[in-house]
Design a protein around this ligand. Structure first.
Ligand code: ADP
Length: 356
């Protein structure tokens, strides 16, 4: 159709402007997309190949553009033509032949217009990215199930025993106390999981207040039901102020103190020292427990990382505690560091900026 002859000149000019603007927007969109995007024309030739497509496939645009899709993705043309012409995305697995990189997971959508097909848009990302997410999901489910099932199993066993009326009142009270502890453990595991999902969503810090370290420490000790008979606590925290979200600061400290107690023998002292220095508040938690060997130190803040797999299978914990603590520190603009010596103990130090 000759637009110039059928429409007034000003309308034609507006339409052309709009077309140029839409093309510029489309080009910009392709440029910023994190996924590889290819436009395959109706004849099976590659007509667009964005920057991410070059990076993901390892194939430069000069080589891809104008090539039949099969020359770049062996079997690609058959996989595209098998896609229904319903305008919906369909999953295919693509590999880039000998020259290209690892397989990708691609979504193909047919561009259908009246009177025919205008080709296909394919968006793709490395298959490995999806595999990693899948693996993470499985690890998380494994770890959660363990963390949730263990206390539940204990509670259930005690309920069964309590049903037996021959128990003395004193034994029954002891059993109820154990059940209460296990229910608390369950609640903490659920709180940790909720925190992890907030960490992932980057939605941690909601408010910032200046509070006393003493108050935060008391709240942390209460939240983990710290047993001061098992671990004498030495605290040098008086007068130190700390700023941030008090609930999150409590959670960060609780994770570290809980580990200090878990990884040191009953009777061993735990020290908490606070100090204000150059606009920062330093909180050190030192234990005299089993310590951590140098080769494990770089990984202990990673998700699910636990030094002793055998111990991990039997002891409480999901390997999420330090991951959460370090994410909380970072959310406050701070850091968490560790110094440790196997057999002598560990010191975890939270360093947080103090802001008014
Ligand atoms: P977990 O749920 O296993 O405690 P964390 O993320 O809190 O997970 O800790 C990861 C691992 O780091 C622990 O499994 C343990 O091996 C090691 N770890 C953490 N804190 C200490 C500590 N105070 N002393 C010795 N080892 C520790």
């Amino acid at each position: 159709m000759d637009i110039g002859r059928t429409l007034p000149a000003d309308v034609t000019a507006d339409l052309l402007d709009e077309l140029v603007a839409s093309k510029a927007r489309f080009d910009a969109l392709l440029g910023v997309a994190a996924d590889g995007i290819a436009h395959i024309d109706a004849g099976g030739t590659i007509a667009r190949w964005n920057v991410a497509a070059e990076a993901i496939s390892g194939i430069a645009a000069e080589r891809a553009l104008g090539s039949p899709v099969d020359a770049i993705v062996p079997g690609g043309w058959a996989s595209i033509r098998a896609v229904p012409l319903d305008g919906l995305p369909h999953l295919v697995r693509w590999s880039f032949g000998a020259a290209g990189r690892a397989p990708v997971r691609a979504q193909v959508v047919a561009i259908v217009r009246t009177g025919g097909i205008d080709g296909w848009l394919v968006s793709f990302a490395p298959q490995q990215r999806f595999d990693e997410i899948e693996q993470l999901k499985n690890e998380l489910i494994g770890s959660i199930s363990h963390e949730l099932k263990t206390p539940l199993a204990t509670i259930k066993a005690y309920v069964e025993t309590l049903r037996d009326n021959r128990l003395t009142a004193e034994t029954a009270r002891e059993y109820l106390a154990v059940m209460g502890d296990q229910a608390d453990r369950l609640a903490r595991a659920i709180d940790d999981l909720l925190l992890v999902s907030r960490v992932e969503a980057g939605q941690l810090l909601k408010r910032r207040e200046t509070v006393s370290l003493d108050a935060v420490l008391d709240a942390a000790l209460a939240s983990i039901a710290f047993d001061a008979d098992a671990h004498p606590l030495q605290r040098e925290t008086a007068g130190v102020m700390i700023s941030g979200d008090p609930d999150l600061l409590r959670d960060a400290l609780a994770q570290v103190i809980e580990n200090a107690a878990k990884f040191s023998a009953a009777g061993q002292t735990i020290e908490v020292r606070g100090e204000s220095r150059e606009g920062r508040c330093l909180v050190a938690v030192a234990d005299r427990g089993i310590g951590i060997a140098d080769d494990h130190l770089p990984y202990i803040f990673d998700r699910f990382y636990r030094v002793d797999r055998a111990l991990a299978a039997t002891s409480d914990g999901s390997g999420l505690g330090l991951f959460i603590a370090s994410a909380l520190a970072r959310a406050h603009g701070g850091t968490i560091d560790v110094r440790s010596e196997p057999g002598f103990g560990s010191t975890f130090t939270l360093s947080l900026p103090v802001r008014s």
